[in-house]
Design a binder for this molecule. Structure first.
Ligand code: HEC
Length: 162
């Protein structure tokens, strides 16, 4: 009888662990371009996220980015944007860059906040992908950082949530 009890306890604990792990959500990718692409296209597809507050759908962009843009953000980023707070650890903002025809996807340029990754650069991990996921730039590209640095005071972001 005691043995059976112990077995039951063990099973219950094992189940609780399994459930605990699965409800803890997908674990976030590290500072790795392929892992980030996998995450934003498979694990938590960004097209299912909300648009950046005030930027629903496609809107005109400026050089060096697309002539037209779509700007998505994951739930922690949306929540912080709405609250007017800096982006928290794990926030991801994904920008799709379209050509003048509003149809051809030229590049996908995310910014991913990883606490401790690059304190001098707002802890952003930057990446630029072709539409098929080929990595064009990733990590701490000088171009992204130097241009966005003029927006240091607004968490390196040009686009204010509305
Ligand atoms: C020469 C300046 C410049 C460079 C270089 C640049 N950006 Fe931007 N970025 C902008 C501007 C301006 C915007 C605002 C949207 C627009 O008007 O195109 C922007 C917007 C963004 C956004 C949307 C959030 C925001 O800040 O508004 C992301 C994400 C982004 N850029 C990522 C990148 C990445 C990744 C790189 C490097 C591969 C990069 N940017 C390089 C100027 C730049």
């Amino acid at each position: 009888m005691k043995k059976a009890m112990r077995l039951t306890t063990a099973i219950v604990l094992a189940l609780a662990c399994a459930i605990g792990v699965s409800t803890a959500g997908e674990s976030m990718p590290g500072a790795d371009a392929d892992a980030l692409w996998q995450y934003i296209t498979k694990t938590s597809p960004y097209e299912k996220w909300e648009f950046w507050p005030g930027y629903d759908g496609i809107y005109p962009g400026k050089s060096p980015h697309g002539a037209f843009l779509k700007l998505y953000a994951n739930p922690p980023a949306i929540e912080a944007a709405r609250a007017g707070k800096p982006m928290p650890d794990g926030a991801i903002i994904v920008k799709e860059n379209y050509g003048k025809d509003k149809k051809s996807l030229m590049a996908v340029t995310p910014m991913y906040k990883i606490k401790g990754y690059n304190p001098d650069g707002g802890d952003w991990y930057w990446a630029k992908y072709k539409a098929d996921g080929t990595v064009d730039a990733a990590g701490q590209p000088k171009g992204c950082i130097s241009c966005h640095s003029v927006k240091k005071d607004s968490d390196w972001l040009f686009t204010e949530p509305k």
